[in-house]
Design a protein around this ligand. Structure first.
Ligand code: CUA
Length: 454
């Protein structure tokens, strides 16, 4: 009786697995590259292992019933059968051969990028992506992590003439032309990462100290998410990027809109005196000394990093920030940001803000700083233990900021009033982080702790 029950369970297991496989929504995304051969090898593996799985389990169920104990029957002991062993070995060898052979051909193709492929570089860093394209000369200049600074985030060697015309994409969003093979060179500045676009099927690790690669030909225009598929620390799950696949002419226009390395080096230093005039507009809300004004909902600016202010002004100008429904104060800031007409004006005003005294702010939020300290452990990974901000993780300084502003931003990130724009990939990271705070009280505890770090 028990034998019958066991056989039924085994059969149900097989039927259940098949139903799950065919009805499950978790399967390949639609293919959007040339790598149909990779899908083929996966399908071959599925079929062969699937047939073996069904056959072995049904045979087991059959044996359990057929050879169950019955009075008057005795098992016949037959430890060796060279005939059976020969056929089992032969069938297994054929199965393994069929599963592995297509993969060898695909791998051979995968490691041989076409000569005429468009080269570009993707650089991974905890926890974001940036890119570089060769300029007119078609050659990527030399790099070294020791050259990495806020002005030179990809670490190009400033003395290498080949690098001067390289196009720098200091954003997690990259564009690629459709129907043209691309050869992606992969570089990491810290730990192992992995460059994967599920719809392209190929993936490859980024290894510090070496340049790895993959190639593919995007075949369907559209937006695709880049995932890091190598566990690379606490922010691993939030290390996303985006590929925009489009017609070659649109791609070329996009590429031309990005600065060359020489352009980025020529960005004006910023003249604080000239910036003081532009700052007059800002001072109406943010205060003469950039101290912030709670009544006008304008946060403190003094003490903020230049790279962070630049990115936020750019986001306000381009509608990445301040355009979401419900973002009342962002909507006020968006038109103000447009008073800074160009990079020079922006650099000047940033230089001026840099001269403003960074005085402590008055606390307006009183939560439980001890609980906040525990919550801050997660924030510290990007923003630093002392909340002073870390450029290489794109995380601004929090210590000394207006506490009411920090709380409002946490709530905005939580509700995607901030960070909900498709192109706001750092904001999306903060959205995912804000979701880890269970309620408003937790946010207040966290901010109360940040207040102690001034
Ligand atoms: Cu980078 Cu995971």
């Amino acid at each position: 009786m028990a034998g019958m029950a066991l056989a039924v369970v085994i059969v149900l297991l097989v039927v259940g697995s098949l139903i799950f496989h065919y009805l499950s929504p978790w399967y390949f995304t639609p293919l959007a590259s040339n790598w149909s051969t990779i899908d083929f090898t996966v399908d071959v593996t599925f079929w062969i292992t699937g047939i073996v799985f069904v056959a072995v389990n049904l045979f087991t169920a059959y044996c359990v019933v057929k050879f169950r104990h019955r009075p008057g029957h005795r098992a016949h002991y037959e430890p060796e059968s060279s005939r059976l062993e020969f056929w089992l070995t032969a069938a297994t060898a054929v199965g393994v051969f069929l599963m592995l052979t297509p993969g060898l051909f695909v791998w051979g193709n995968f490691v041989s990028p076409p000569e005429d492929a468009l080269k570009f570089e993707a650089v991974g860093k905890q926890w974001h992506w940036s890119y570089r394209f060769p300029g007119q000369d078609g050659v990527l200049g030399a790099t070294d992590v020791t050259f990495m600074t806020p002005e030179n985030p990809l670490g190009l060697d400033p003395t290498d003439p080949n690098g001067q015309d390289d196009v720098i994409v200091a954003s997690p969003i990259v564009h690629l032309p459709v129907n043209r093979p691309v050869h992606a060179l992969l570089r990491s500045s810290d730990v192992l990462h992995n460059f994967t676009v599920p719809q392209f099927r190929v993936k490859m690790d980024l290894v510090p100290g070496m340049v790895t690669y993959q190639w593919f030909e995007p075949t369907v225009p559209g937006n695709y998410e880049i995932l890091c598929e190598e566990l690379c620390g606490i922010g691993h799950f939030a290390m996303r990027g985006k590929v925009v696949v489009e017609e070659e002419s649109r791609f070329n226009a996009w590429l031309a809109g990005n600065p060359t390395f020489a352009d980025t080096l020529a960005v004006p230093e910023g003249n604080a005196q000239a910036g003081a005039a532009s700052y007059a507009v800002c001072s109406a809300c943010h205060g003469q000394r950039g101290e912030g004004n709670v009544a006008l909902n304008a946060p403190k600016l003094a003490g903020l990093e230049g790279w962070y202010i630049r990115r936020q002004i750019h986001n306000f100008q381009s509608g990445i920030r301040g355009a979401a429904e419900g973002d009342i104060y962002g909507a006020q800031m968006a038109p103000m940001s447009r008073t800074l007409a160009n990079d020079t004006a922006m650099a000047n005003v940033i230089a001026y803000i840099d001269t403003l005294p960074d005085n402590p702010t008055e606390a307006t939020i009183f939560g439980d700083p001890e609980h906040g300290e525990k919550l801050f452990m997660t924030c510290a990974v990007c923003h630093g233990k002392d909340a002073k901000g870390i450029w290489s993780t794109n995380a601004p300084r929090l210590a000394g900021a207006s506490d009411w502003y920090l709380k409002r931003q946490l709530m905005n990130f939580h509700d995607r009033i901030r960070g909900g724009h498709d192109d706001d990939i750092y904001g999306e990271q903060m959205h995912m982080m804000a979701l880890t705070l269970e309620d408003e009280a937790a946010m207040e505890d966290l901010v109360a702790y940040i207040n102690t770090l001034q």
